[in-house]
Design a protein around this ligand. Structure first.
Ligand code: F6P
Length: 354
């Protein structure tokens, strides 16, 4: 492995992986890493398959510019992904270290959210040269303004809300649109503002169903005008838990959510008498082609991560700060969740409720 402080410019063997939930823009980031490595530094790139599982099981492919042709606009990840947590598996870290040694990996670029980068951070503490790239549609990773995938998810959700408006209007209905975001209401708030929601429900601001119903009555009182309620999947009511968790928690301890929208819609219909429907956007928000913004962001992150590798800036994550891409300790990104800016919710979003 290359020692920190070494002056020599040398070609490296760089490993790359995508972990956690997929999102649009991952392929753009992989392509950028590969291009910068190959063209900029004559590095070889090894792509580990299915996140940390591929490193544990020594499952990988060789990546080069040719292999990455055409992937820029493609959703998903050509490397596959998983929610495997090596630190929840006996001998997990040992298996990772053995593979990296066996494959002669000089540096590992982990593209992920808080879980994947949390593992990268621990591995870094054990001496593995790691660099992180932030991605998650939820945008809840600290130390960066924005993550890969968020912009596309908001675009998809906002378009869906526009479509829901016209059908809701025709039938004079309330439609509850449930979007992703188990701990943070970034998607709900951005898409709700962009789509002109009647009210937005987020995990950070417990909601009162009485107020929600009041907003809806007010909106409908002004004439035949439909209401769209945008609810983050992790939204919680003040007076108790209406959140519905189903299924077993994953290896990082996250419950599979989905169901708050249905509960809220039923309750609205019962209390207000307005006919209500629910639309759960689910994984549609994570699929398909990335927005131009996400392609550019991923490309900038990917190239900056390779620069960080060659500067031997281990345990750093590339981050968006205003117009600049900077480096931050991965530790800063994963130590706490980046929840919604209360100013944005109270001073902007809430102004349009009702
Ligand atoms: O982590 C991103 C995310 O899309 C969350 O918004 C959502 O709760 C979760 O992943 C869904 O995970 P899965 O694809 O494993 O069901």
């Amino acid at each position: 492995m290359i020692e920190e402080g070494s002056e020599e410019v040398v070609a490296m063997r760089v490993g790359v992986l995508t972990g956690g939930g997929d999102c649009p823009g991952l392929n753009a980031a992989i392509r950028a890493v590969v291009r910068k490595c190959e063209v900029g530094f004559r590095d070889e790139v090894v792509g580990f398959l299915d996140g940390w599982r591929g490193v544990m099981e020594d499952s990988s492919i060789t990546l080069d510019v040719e292999r990455c042709r055409g992937i820029l606009p493609r959703g998903g990840t050509i490397l596959g992904t998983s929610r495997t947590n090596p630190y929840k598996i006996d001998g997990g870290e040992q298996a990772l270290l053995q593979t990296l040694e066996r494959r002669g990996i000089d540096a590992l670029v982990a593209i992920g959210g808080e879980d994947t980068l949390g593992v990268a951070n621990k591995l870094g503490a054990s001496g593995v040269p790691v660099v992180g790239i932030p991605k998650t549609i939820d945008n809840d990773l600290s130390a960066t303004d924005v993550t890969i995938g968020f912009d596309t998810a908001v675009q998809i959700a906002a378009e869906a809300i526009d479509r829901l408006h016209t059908t809701a209007e025709s039938h004079d209905r309330v439609i509850v649109c449930e979007v992703m975001g188990r701990h943070a209401g970034w998607i709900a708030t951005y898409a709700g503002i962009a789509g002109g929601a009647t009210v937005i429900l987020v995990p950070e601001e417990p909601f009162s169903l009485d107020s929600v119903c009041e907003y809806i009555r007010h909106r409908h009182a002004s004439g035949r005008y439909a209401s769209i309620v945008v609810a983050a999947e992790g939204a919680k009511p003040v007076e108790g838990s209406l959140s519905v968790a189903s299924g077993e928690p994953d290896q990082f301890g996250h419950e599979r959510l989905g169901g708050i929208g249905q509960t809220v819609a039923e309750e609205i219909e019962r209390r207000t008498g307005f006919e209500a429907r629910v639309t759960i956007l689910g994984h549609v928000q994570r699929g398909g082609t990335p927005s131009a913004f996400d392609r550019v962001l991923a490309t900038r992150f990917g190239t900056a991560a390779v620069d960080a590798v060659h500067d031997l800036a281990w345990r750093q994550m590339v981050a968006a700060h205003g117009p600049r891409i900077e480096r931050v300790p991965i530790d800063d990104a994963v130590s706490s969740l980046k929840t919604l800016d209360p100013e944005l919710f109270r001073s902007v979003a809430e102004v349009f409720f009702g």
